[in-house]
Design a binder for this molecule. Structure first.
Ligand code: DHB
Ligand code: MG
Length: 216
């Protein structure tokens, strides 16, 4: 082993993606229906979902809070890693996305384990009890992440897990002229979470970069 890590290429990502849990028919049907409904195709990658399930299982998570339901894809993946009595509380501001997600959650094998909370996470998160969650997954508007992280640290139990999507800013992290206006927000959030002393965190290079942190 040298100090320099192996350069991971597209081939490596394909290789590892082929060697972990695959999406089932319900989830691929959900994606096709979401595309047909005009929902943006910004769901997490299956290999990222698999990694998140592993973390939730290791944590023996029972209660998960998600910020940004979108089509319900990640909520269903996460709920499948919880015990039968577990709950994913997933927050969605867009009523059409919330309707879509609820419809597909009902068709899934985890229908009793996912609850869609409608509204702005800035208003919904403060209603969730302190130290009541085993994991929080942030995957919403990037400008909101600092506020969501603050709430996440309150909601989480000690030893709880924070995951935050899009640390690589949709591939624009190093772009000198980012096209996406959320790129700056991602860069700012990456500095904030890197310095957060209540967490031990690291960016895992799966999907578009996943922050994983544990609450001390
Ligand atoms: C975008 C948002 C996401 O959460 C994601 O995973 C990928 C892309 C976006 O806003 O473009
Ligand atoms: Mg995302």
């Amino acid at each position: 082993m040298s100090e320099r890590p192996t350069l991971v290429t597209d081939a490596h990502f394909r290789y590892l993606a082929e060697r972990t849990v695959q999406e089932d028919k319900l989830l691929s049907d959900l994606k096709a229906a979401a595309l047909a409904a005009g929902i943006p195709a910004i769901w997490i990658a299956p290999e990222q979902a698999s990694f998140m399930q592993i973390l939730l299982r290791l944590r023996r998570a029972k209660t998960v809070v998600e910020v940004g339901t979108l089509a319900g894809y990640s909520a269903i993946w996460m709920a499948r890693a919880l015990p039968r009595t577990g709950r994913v509380k997933t927050i969605e501001i867009n009523p059409a996305f919330a309707d879509f997600a609820e419809q597909w959650i009902r068709k899934s094998n985890v229908r009793g384990r996912v609850e869609v909370l409608r509204g702005d996470a800035r208003a919904v998160m403060p209603r969730i009890r302190s130290a009541s969650a085993d994991a929080v997954f942030l995957d919403a508007d990037k400008a909101g992440y600092p506020v969501y992280l603050k709430e996440a640290l309150r909601i989480l139990r000690p030893g709880g897990l924070v995951m935050a999507d899009n640390a690589f800013a949709f591939g624009e992290l190093f772009s000198p002229d980012p096209q996406d206006r959320e790129t700056r927000a991602v860069r700012e959030f990456n500095e904030i979470i890197a310095k957060e002393r209540r967490l031990q965190g690291v960016i895992v290079p799966l999907g578009d970069g996943l922050w994983v942190g544990v609450k001390r």
